[in-house]
Design a protein around this ligand. Sequence first.
Ligand SMILES: *Cc1c(COP(=O)(O)O)cnc(C)c1O
Length: 456
Amino acid sequence: MKEQKIPYKIYLEESELPKKWLNLRAFMDKKPAPLLDPVTHKVMSAKDLSAVFCDELAKQEVDDTSKYIDIPQEVRDFYKMYRPAPLIRAYCLEKALGTPAKIYYKFEGNNTSGSHKLNSAIAQAYYAKQQGLKGVTTETGAGQWGTALSMACSYFGLDCKVFMVKCSYEQKPFRREVMRTYGANVTPSPSTTTEVGRKILEEFPGTTGSLGCAISEAVETATKLDGYRYVLGSVLNQVLLHQSVIGLETKTALDKYGIKADTIIGCAGGGSNLGGLIAPFMVEKLEGKADYQFIAVEPASCPTLTRGVYAYDYCDTGKVCPLAKMYTLGSGYIPSSSHSGGLRYHGMTTTLSELYHQGLMEARSVEQTSVFAAAQQFAKIEGILPAPESSHAIRVAIDEALKCKETGEEKTIVFGLTGTGYFDMVAYQKFNDGVMGDYIPTDEEIAVATAKIPKI
Ligand SMILES: *Cc1c(COP(=O)(O)O)cnc(C)c1O
């Protein structure tokens, strides 16, 4: 059979948009460990979680048996405005690298929030609205999640209160203003509006904040206000579930042209885009139907999988969220402020942690100057200005393609291009001015942070 010419962009029809999300945990023989109450250490039920999370999302959080979950029609209708997302064959990059490898990337940056985060934001806002809530609270680091949630809340007419990590609030005024344009209320964290914020400010005056701390503030605010719940943009099982739309579309697009991926690469902060991208492929691997190499890429300054510990740990600095068994650097770990590339979370979603622990996935850590070098190379050749987070995946995809150049291997590489970097110009400026540094924590620093992980 004559090989079909693969187009630069593989678009799917609207009718090919997934009708169900894929729940990866339901396919695992050995499941990720359940969430525990931070005080009593008892396994948390959906009912326990519904004090903090929306009812339906709490159910999804603990569901490790339903293999597929219907995507509500209203959510699919919203998805149709910016999905299916294209799978792009990086012909130009392949040529520039002179590699025999075939490179594809799934581009999630084609919406105003500029990232994949809208896939889960719209689902979470939908369930909050269904429950008749007034609004939701959340944290945001770099700002993509807050932006996505602001868009989703304004679509469904919900109030949105965002605690934004202080250094990002100051470094990224434009993101903040996008959120406010969509009607969100944005507070720099730590703030004096919550007990936990005041406590952290007292203990560490002048702190530039962390995601873990902003989470605690958002949870406290949600539990104190009537008609509010807390929502989170990564790490949780429910977020991985919603992000499976990325992997399902990718698989449909590859299958359409008879393409078999060999290596699938994604950046890993809390693990949601990677978990979503690999979901249907990991199912095939778990079922023995196909084999794939999966690579999680993380910053050398926040090396959760590559240098963390697999243990129950707090998800937030204030220790108000459930305990999760995951790879972690300790909830008090704050990456160096010289790190500009996102992916700053101290832990990793339980599903990916367990898969990595079982040896079904690999992880690499990369230094930020090499990440920005890859970002610039990609921007110049493929035209898209990538988010620094996404550029971690670009770095390793290029490294893998260059290995193929040496070995002559014609392997197929698929990576997730999670978003665009228009609001990351302070970081790009540092790179362009040659003043960006690489910070790698010492073993001692990591030992100090991981020593504070509770013994459970
Ligand atoms: C949030 C974000 C990430 C990292 O989050 P995950 O939950 O690990 O996917 C990666 N890329 C972009 C563009 C993001 O906004």
